[in-house]
Design a binder for this molecule. Structure first.
Ligand code: FRU
Length: 507
């Protein structure tokens, strides 16, 4: 969401459209349908919501407008997966009601039935979400967003809204949303991490129904180019020591424009979050990874997934009859570089299981230009490339098609930056914010580098240096990329470049 003003505008335009007459659906673009990234069968999607793992199933709920291809009155769509790469869309979990639309939030497995929603020994799955009330918004009270509950006693299939909603009323803060709840073993309570305009507010509860404010974080720290949204708070260990990671999405104000997710590494004592350093870091430097959070109930493993778009142009993306996909699920870890502790993102190991017909080219030296198309045939839009070099130098990896379009992914040694240039990669005119060359700093200090690149029909995800620098970008070529080459002015040797097809049935 750009900000409340734009939200208000979009609501006005939706009202003007009568909401029952969404725009006509443009001609279908099956060639842009990703295979292993989740997309709804039809209509609008934004943030991942309520991500929870239970009894062998990963649940992914999502912001969804099931009547149109643009953002509209929000529902929670639902999809499930056993392996994080093949998804089955389920029926809509939460519909708007008299308290408002269903904005972003989280879900937990209430194993000990602290909420009392469980009956006859059934373990309740509880969703904690924001109700956004457009009527209240029009009154200008600033109290139009508040937190509510719904529960499921059949492992997420059907949901009942709690009759006591809202459980956390709004004290008068215009942006008061996106609760992420987890059980805190120090406080022995549920802790809610909530985006409250320009900061995070933490609350605690013994039963998910009654909430007490604990503390605030970030009013004067981190990036503030836009409103804070969709936070997450979770522990990770590094060399036997536990650190807490606080994710905060921000829109606009991302490093390459528009939406992005910053994070802080620090300590959380059950009440207060104290960062190690006051400057934000970015989980993904590309333009298309927003509102990402982690699955709950996965133990020490923290699996992250974001919305693969950007509020700058999400409503104009040229796909049909659906709009938007999610990123690849990523395993998060910590890594120390100098004095700083960073998050690393790596494709969930489940993605590697899709790899087929691997081909490895060894000791590959590229000077000026090296065509690879005679060795590597890009026969499918879904594939993975892994490159390792003992001595990273300036290079560009170019994917192109017969129509002269090209997507360039590379490293600029002078600027010490990785980049993705999609300015000639296909359709760009749907938004003047889309085209461009976007950069992320190389944070690793070693001369040796490793890169993993995941491609799907309309996306590339770059994980460089063990995932210290991650970049996600979408693109829309007029025909698939079939050619691959390397360019390097100064010359570079890759000790290995391996290619594998990622084979999944295209939906
Ligand atoms: C983030 C966001 C959330 C909000 C939801 C509304 O993209 O703006 O803050 O809950 O989208 O769809």
């Amino acid at each position: 969401m750009k900000n409340a003003f734009v939200l208000a505008l979009s609501l006005v335009s939706l009202t003007a459209l009568g909401q029952s007459q969404p725009k006509p659906v443009p001609p279908a673009t099956p060639q842009y349908r990703p295979a292993y990234h989740f997309t709804p069968a039809a209509h609008w999607m934004n943030d991942p919501n309520g991500m929870v793992y239970y009894k062998g199933t990963y649940h992914l709920f999502f912001q969804h407008y099931p009547e149109g291809m643009e953002w509209g009155p929000m529902h929670w769509g639902h999809a499930t997966s056993q392996d994080l790469v093949s998804w089955k869309e389920q029926s809509i979990a939460l519909f708007p009601d008299k308290l408002g639309m269903i904005f972003s939030g989280s879900a937990v497995v209430d194993e000990n039935n602290t909420s009392g929603f469980g009956k006859n020994g059934q373990v309740p799955m509880v969703a904690i979400f924001t109700h956004h009330n457009p009527d209240e918004e029009k009154k200008g009270t600033q109290k139009h967003q508040y937190q509510s509950l719904a529960y499921s006693l059949d492992e997420g299939k059907t949901w009942t809204k709690y009759e006591g909603n809202p459980v956390l009323p709004n004290p008068g803060i215009q942006d008061f949303r996106d609760p992420k709840v987890s059980w805190n073993t120090v406080a022995k309570k549920w802790v809610m991490t909530l985006a409250t305009k320009d900061r995070i507010t933490f609350y605690s509860s013994p039963n998910l129904k009654e909430w007490t404010k604990l503390s605030e974080f970030g009013e004067k720290l981190g990036a503030h180019g836009g409103v804070w949204e969709c936070p997450d708070l979770f522990p990770l260990t590094l060399n036997g020591k536990t650190y807490w990671v606080l994710l905060v999405s921000i829109n606009p104000g991302g490093p390459n424009g528009g939406s992005a997710t910053q994070y802080f590494v620090g300590q959380f004592d059950g009440k207060t979050f104290t960062p190690q350093t006051i400057t934000q870091k970015w989980i993904d430097w590309g333009k298309d990874d927003y509102a990402g959070v982690t699955w709950s109930n996965t133990g020490a493993r923290k699996i992250f997934l974001g919305w693969m778009s950007n509020w700058e142009y999400a409503n104009q993306a040229p796909t049909s009859p659906w709009r938007s996909a999610m990123t690849t699920p990523r395993d998060l870890a910590l890594k120390q570089v100098g004095q700083e502790i960073y998050l690393t993102s790596s494709p969930a190991p489940e993605v590697a299981k899709l790899a087929q017909s691997a081909q490895t080219l060894k000791n590959l030296t590229a000077k000026s230009e090296l065509g690879l198309s005679d060795k590597i045939k890009l026969t499918s839009p879904q594939f993975q490339l892994k490159l390792t070099s003992k001595q990273l130098q300036e290079f560009a990896l170019v994917l192109s098609n017969a129509g002269g379009e090209e997507l360039v992914i590379g490293y600029d040694k002078q600027a010490n930056q990785y980049y993705i240039d999609r300015s000639k990669a296909g359709l760009t005119s749907f938004s003047d914010k889309f085209s461009g060359r976007h950069t992320g700093p190389r944070l690793a200090t070693s001369p040796a580098a490793d890169l993993t690149l995941l491609f799907d029909a309309t996306s590339v995800e770059l994980f460089a240096d063990g995932g210290l620098t991650t970049m996600t970008e979408i693109f829309f070529p007029k025909q698939p990329f079939t050619q691959l080459k390397l360019r390097s002015g100064t010359g570079i040797t890759f000790d290995a470049l391996s290619y594998s097809k990622l084979a999944v049935a295209v939906k």
